[in-house]
Every structure is written in structure tokens, then in C-alpha cells.
Design a protein around this ligand. Structure first.
Ligand code: 13P
Length: 251
């Protein structure tokens, strides 16, 4: 069965709640005919306005992070139940910016992915290599290690629900997109790793996105590749005309 594409915006630390409302108003009419699942992942403070405004539309809302504990003394953190209460359906876990600036590790990523799955929130789990790792020839080992550690203790039924985002760190916000062939090669490697960890049906079912300077002009080529099931889009998701060109890549 063909996998449905999933196009997700990662707004990162951009847009106040009133700016979010303006952007969502522009987005609703221009992404409505997409053949993909359309998701906007917004700063936590925008989630309330985002879930409210997208009710009854084809836009689902995601958070950019969450904590793995139920509740308690974790100042500044957000629990899965809080996201669920608003109607948040997705959560980005382990983005390279969180790993780099906020000390996230494969262990905490794994705890968060497991919590999201337990709660019925779809995790968009990020992996990707640095330029140094790529140039040293250890890209494949690094990606395989991340996938194995981040998916630890997750059964095949749950694994099928995870969305994996392959984001080469050297391509994020740099304007340097991986070529479609480079992106396809690593997405295929990720699928192969899932097959080894689980089985062929799980590998066939799981959706793998590419992220890193994906934009209105390169999206169609990237999305034409057999192992690329969508995109996780930073900069280009902040402009409705650009994001809608990506969500309508096939039109
Ligand atoms: P850019 O699209 O701005 O390169 O960001 C990619 C990204 O990190 C999405 O999560």
C-alpha cells in the first residue's frame, strides 16, 4: 500500500500568537487541496491559537518538543496530556537543534518517543549527521546508531506510527539542500535499518521525511524519490505561498 506523504512545517522559535494567527489564516485556503497530511509544528505558546483556528480544516497541529514524565516538578516543561487537551496530534522529538543547544540525547529522545506513542501523539523523530561525520565516512553508522537507540523498546505496531525525519545538520538553514539522490540514499538506509530491527511490513509502513533547506523549488524532486515520504520544513514553512507550493508539490 502506498504511503501517504506528510508535509510538516517546523516554525522553530518564530511567530508570536498574533503572528501565528495571521499565518494560519493565510495557510488554510492554500493548503486545503493537498494530497499529503499537512502539519504545522508551532512554538508551545502558539498551540492554543493553532488548534483553535485549524479545527475543521486539513491542517493538523504539532508541538516542537515535550517532556517524557506525566507531570510534576519540571519547571518550564510541557507534558503530553497538556498537548492532548488542546488537540495537538504530532510532536517533533530530538530535532538536532534540541540535541545541540538543549543537551538532548538518544536516551531522552527515546523516552519522549515512547511517551508520545503511549499517549497517542505521533512523534516526528529526527535524526541526521554533521558535516564532519559525513566527511569522515561515518554517516551510515551514525544514522543506524541513532535509529536503533531512539527506537529502543518500541514494538513493531508502535514503530509503524512513528514518522522519522532525516535532517542532515549541514543542510539545515544553510540553503545547502542534500541532493535528491543523497536524501534518497539515507532515507533508504533508514528504512533498511527499520527492516533489520523489525520486519519488512514495518519498514514498508513507516514514513520517512527529508528536512534541510527544502523549499518551493526543490520539493517536487525530493518528494519524487521512492523512500522520501514527506518533508520537515523550517524557513519555507513561515511563508504561506512557499509552504503551499510544497504541500501541492504534485499539482
Ligand atoms: P530549514 O528548512 O530552515 O533548513 O530547516 C529544516 C529543519 O530543521 C526543519 O526541522
Amino acid at each position: 500500500m502506498a504511503r501517504k506523504k506528510i508535509i510538516a512545517g517546523n516554525w522553530k522559535m518564530n511567530k508570536t500568537p498574533s503572528q501565528a494567527a495571521e499565518l494560519i489564516k493565510e495557510l488554510i485556503p492554500v493548503v486545503k487541496d493537498s494530497d499529503a497530511d499537512v502539519v504545522i509544528c508551532t512554538p508551545a505558546i502558539d498551540l492554543s491559537v493553532a488548534t483553535e483556528m485549524t479545527k475543521g480544516t486539513n491542517i493538523a497541529v504539532g508541538a516542537e518538543n515535550m517532556h517524557w514524565e506525566e507531570s510534576g516538578a519540571y519547571t518550564g516543561e510541557i507534558a503530553a496530556d497538556m498537548l492532548l487537551d488542546l488537540g495537538v496530534q504530532y510532536v517533533i522529538i530530538g530535532h538536532s537543534e534540541r540535541r545541540e543547544y538543549f543537551a538532548e540525547t538518544d536516551e531522552t529522545v527515546n523516552k519522549k518517543v515512547r511517551k508520545a506513542l503511549e499517549k497517542g501523539i505521533t512523534p516526528i523523530m529526527c535524526c541526521g549527521e554533521t558535516l564532519e561525520q559525513r566527511e569522515a565516512g561515518v554517516m551510515a553508522e551514525h544514522i543506524r546508531m541513532q535509529i536503533k537507540l531512539d527506537m529502543a523498546e518500541i514494538n513493531a505496531d508502535d514503530a509503524k506510527k512513528v514518522v522519522i525525519a532525516y535532517e542532515p545538520i549541514w543542510a539545515i538553514g544553510t540553503g545547502k539542500t542534500a541532493t535528491a539522490d543523497q536524501a534518497e540514499e539515507v532515507c533508504a538506509l533508514i528504512r533498511e535499518t527499520i527492516k533489520e530491527l523489525y520486519d519488512a511490513p514495518t519498514a514498508e509502513a513507516i514514513r520517512i521525511q527529508y528536512g534541510g533547506s527544502m523549499n518551493a523549488s526543490n520539493a517536487a524532486e525530493l518528494l519524487s524519490k521512492p523512500n522520501i515520504d514527506g518533508g520537515l520544513i523550517g524557513g519555507a514553512s513561515l511563508k504561506a505561498p512557499d509552504f503551499s507550493k510544497i504541500t501541492n508539490w504534485n499539482k
